[in-house]
Design a protein around this ligand. Structure first.
Ligand code: SF4
Length: 394
């Protein structure tokens, strides 16, 4: 079995380095972690063992997600990895070089989204300290580490790790993916690009940059990302569009839907480095009440951006399974039946329909309690911003 991730990629996962973001790192694993040197760990015994197993058509135990997907006839991350835009690796060799790098240089984000948690956004820690009772109830009753620290978080690269990347990895890297937190909010990301541009051993014109962003900035402090991108091959951007209009503003504390749209127009009017834009709606029980509106607005946004800028724009949902109370499958049965009755059928809502009809993982719905706790936390309810949710909960 070939897997382009296992032969090309290094990921900074919570708990250590990994060949992809779905790879299951066990406690005490041997795949290395900060401050080990990425250029050395990539060809250590454990990494080689994974490649050897795949060469022998055996599933490494850490690749269980891909196995499950392929066993159930779905397309796996392994299969999708073949579309990764980096050179074809030599699958007959178990020694590789990193051509695809995923980096998280900071965990801070300027938004506070209702499905997010401390491992992905360090700013929640402060909110949890200010509201310990709500933080604890979300954790104890819903197993939701929304604002309290309970799981391993991402190790931020140390100066030694960054040095190793610059000397031994970046001269041959072809693609770098920045995520976070919010990468446009990280001064470290801009400095990293500046250092790459200044380094005579790195040909930035051969490097594609990839971003997962909330698109709430196009300029940050003294930096304009468009100026830095001029030195790189291209920028592939995924924008989180978790909802639409005032639902978006309610769900993403600190977020402003119109500002995000304006920023997309701003950035696309000033750079030709973005050839493809992906709009992703991370879908929770909150969004389930407005799926038709979200599908409608994203469709028109896609058309508008394509017409104006001649680029390819795609949009799709992904689904939250954790905490289980926010999974659409765990809404009350009667509510799900009504949602299905009123659902407009199209490509965007197709997966949502499957998820709604899928098996529940909680016997009872717990969504209402989560909403009430989060409304208290943010001192904001949905009465004006998303009245269908308010009517359902209160
Ligand atoms: S087989 Fe799947 S889980 Fe394993 S490294 Fe490849 S993409 Fe990741």
């Amino acid at each position: 079995m070939k897997c382009k991730f296992a032969w090309s990629h290094l990921d900074f996962k919570p708990g250590g380095y990994a060949p992809c973001f779905r790879f299951k790192l066990r406690h005490g694993h041997g795949f290395g972690t900060v401050p080990d040197k990425p250029s050395e760990v990539i060809n250590s015994d454990e990494w080689i063992r994974v490649r050897e197993q795949l060469q022998n058509d055996e599933w490494p135990e850490e690749c269980i997600d891909c196995k499950i997907q392929e066993d159930s006839g779905m397309q796996s991350y392994r299969q999708r990895s073949m579309d990764l835009l980096v050179s074809e690796p030599d699958y007959t060799s178990t020694h590789v070089k990193i051509t695809d790098l995923q980096l998280k240089l900071n965990r801070a984000c300027n938004y506070s989204c209702r499905h997010c948690s401390v491992p992905s956004n360090s700013n929640f820690i402060k909110l949890g300290k200010q509201n310990p009772e709500i933080g604890n109830r979300l954790w104890e009753q819903h197993k939701f580490d929304h604002v309290i620290e309970r799981h391993k978080h991402i190790d931020i690269p140390t100066p030694e790790v960054i040095e190793d990347l610059f000397v031994n990895v970046l001269p041959t890297v072809e693609r770098i993916e920045f995520s976070g937190g919010e990468p446009f909010y990280h001064v470290e990301m801009y400095r990293f690009l500046e250092r790459m541009i200044a380094d005579p051993n790195i040909d930035t014109t051969k490097v594609t940059l990839v971003y997962n962003t909330n698109m709430s900035f196009t300029k940050f402090k003294k930096y304009d990302i468009v100026d830095l991108w001029k030195h790189f091959k291209r920028a592939d951007v995924t924008v989180s569009m978790d909802g639409t209009g005032s639902l978006f503003n309610y769900f993403r504390q600190g977020g402003d839907y119109q500002n995000v749209i304006d920023n997309m127009h701003d950035i696309l009017s000033r750079t030709d480095k973005i050839e493809k834009l992906l709009l992703v709606c991370t879908t929770t029980a909150y969004h389930a009440f407005y799926m038709n509106e979200i599908a409608h607005d994203l469709f028109h946004l896609k058309q508008d951006l394509e017409r104006h800028y001649g680029i390819e724009v795609k949009y799709r949902p992904t689904f939250v399974h954790w905490p289980e109370g926010l999974d659409v499958a765990n809404l009350a049965e009667e509510t799900k039946i009504n949602m299905l009755k009123n659902l407009d059928k199209n490509k965007f809502t197709e997966e949502f329909e499957k998820r709604l009809k899928g098996p529940r993982t909680l016997p009872e719905e717990t969504f209402k309690d989560i909403v009430m706790l989060q409304d208290q936390l943010y001192n904001r309810d949905a009465s004006e911003l998303a009245p269908r949710i308010f009517d359902y909960v209160y």
